[in-house]
Design a protein around this ligand. Structure first.
Ligand code: ZN
Length: 117
């Protein structure tokens, strides 16, 4: 992988990160708007749903951000772009679509089968 590829993938990761923060901010704004309104019976139910959704979303987004940060910090080392399982280089095409991935396609497929996903 050359420096240009690396820079390109780094930009992709930073963009993904920004998008997650944007989504979170928009969601929080909606949440604030809802909290400020007078709450009636049916809204109470809606609010409970939102709380559950927010918890899930938060966890998912946090995990995503962790993976992105992890990949970004790996970029300073030779290990970025190398599969953590078989230690072979991850294809550039795969990195283009999943810049935060830790595994090559083969290892990821194997792991998916094992967990039954
Ligand atoms: Zn692998």
């Amino acid at each position: 992988m050359n420096a240009q590829d690396l820079q390109h993938l780094k930009n992709l990761l930073l963009k993904q990160r920004d998008e997650i923060f944007d989504r979170l901010q928009r969601f929080e704004a909606d949440w604030d708007a809802l909290s400020e309104r007078d709450i009636e019976m049916e809204e109470e139910a809606q609010k409970a749903d939102l709380t559950a959704l927010y918890d899930r979303l938060d966890e998912m987004e946090q995990h995503e951000i962790e993976e992105i940060d992890r990949a970004l910090s790996k970029m300073g080392t030779v290990s970025y772009g190398t599969c953590e399982k078989c230690l072979k280089p991850i294809g550039l095409q795969r990195l283009e679509s999943l810049p935060a991935t830790r595994f090559c396609k083969r290892c990821a497929l194997k792991a998916e089968k094992r967990t039954g996903l």
